[in-house]
Design a protein around this ligand. Structure first.
Ligand code: PLP
Length: 258
C-alpha cells in the first residue's frame, strides 16, 4: 500500500545531522514516504558549516514539478532556502498546493553560520509566510522576522500575534533558548497551547529544528490535526534529543531512530 507522502524542500547537510538528511530520517522513522527537493548543498560537519552552494532556481522548480506533478504530497516542509530567488520559487509553487505547508524559517545554524542571505528575510516575510500552514521559528528567527526580542515566556504571545499578522495560519514559537524549562507556544490566534518538555542535559542537538518541522509534516500527512501533529512531533523530537549522540569533535546529532 502507498504510504502517506511528505516532501521536504531544504538544504543538504553533508554530516547527516540536520537539513534534508534529518528530514528524510524523521519521515522514515514515522512511517511516511519522504521526498526531497534540494535547494542548497552545505559542506558541514559537527564543527559547523564550512560553505554552502545554492542550486539554480530552475533546478529547484524542476524538482518541485517532478515530484508534485506525479507523486504528490500530503504535507510539505521547508527548511534552508538560502536566497531570495529560491524563497520566491518555492513560495510560488507551494502557493498552488492544497497540502499543509510547515515552514521552518531557517536563518542561522547552532554554530552561528548564516544559512539565509540577509536580503532573503524580506522575501520570507512577504512570500513564504503567507503560504505557511504552520511556521516554526526559534527565538532568533522570531526576532529576524518581527524585530521583537522575546525576553521571557510572557513575550511569546505578542510575538506570535506579530507573526500571525504576516500570514501563516498557525505559529509555533520554540522557546528552548529561554532559561528554565523549555516552553513552546502554538497558536492560530484563537486556540493557544503551551508545550513543555524536560530539558535534557545533552548538547548533541544538531538537527533539532529540522526534525521537529519534519515530524509535524509527517504527522499531518498521517491525518493528525495541527495541535495533535505538533504535540506528537514534540514528543518525537524530545526523545530524539534525549538520545542525541557524539559524532566528530563538535556537536552531534539528535537520534531519529530512538
Ligand atoms: N544545515 C542545514 C542544511 C539546515 O537546514 C540546518 C537547520 O535547519 C542546519 C544546518 C542547522 O542545524 P542546527 O541549528 O540544528 O545545528
Amino acid at each position: 500500500m502507498t504510504p502517506p507522502r511528505v516532501l521536504t524542500v531544504a538544504g543538504s547537510d553533508s554530516g547527516g545531522g540536520a537539513g534534508i538528511q534529518a528530514d528524510l530520517k524523521t519521515m522514515s522513522a514515522l512511517g511516511v514516504h519522504g521526498m526531497s527537493v534540494i535547494a542548497a548543498v552545505t559542506a558541514q560537519n559537527s564543527l559547523g558549516v564550512q560553505g554552502y552552494w545554492e542550486l539554480p532556481p530552475e533546478a529547484v522548480r524542476a524538482q518541485l514539478d517532478s515530484v508534485l506533478g506525479d507523486i504528490g504530497a500530503q504535507a510539505v516542509k521547508t527548511g534552508m532556502l538560502a536566497s531570495p530567488a529560491l524563497v520566491e520559487v518555492v513560495a510560488e509553487v507551494l502557493g498552488t498546493v492544497t497540502a499543509p505547508v510547515v515552514v521552518d524559517p531557517v536563518g542561522v545554524s547552532k554554530h552561528g553560520d548564516s544559512l539565509l542571505a540577509p536580503e532573503a528575510v524580506e522575501t520570507v516575510i512577504s512570500r513564504l509566510l503567507p503560504v505557511a500552514t504552520v511556521v516554526t521559528p526559534n527565538l532568533y528567527e522570531v526576532e529576524q522576522l518581527t524585530s521583537i526580542k522575546v525576553e521571557d515566556e510572557t513575550g511569546m504571545r505578542p510575538a506570535a500575534e506579530a507573526l500571525l499578522s504576516l500570514g501563516p495560519t498557525w505559529v509555533l514559537i520554540k522557546g528552548g533558548h529561554l532559561p528554565g524549562p523549555p516552553v513552546d507556544l502554538l497558536t492560530d490566534g484563537t486556540e493557544e497551547y503551551r508545550l513543555t518538555a524536560p530539558r535534557h542535559d545533552n548538547h548533541h542537538t544538531h538537527g533539532t529544528g529540522c526534525t521537529l518541522a519534519s515530524a509535524i509534516a509527517s504527522h499531518l500527512a498521517l491525518g493528525d490535526d495541527i495541535p495533535t501533529a505538533v504535540h506528537n512531533a514534540k514528543t518525537y523530537v524530545t526523545g530524539a534529543i534525549a538520545h542525541g549522540y557524539p559524532l566528530g569533535s563538535g556537536i552531534g546529532p539528535v537520534d531519529h531512530a530512538w
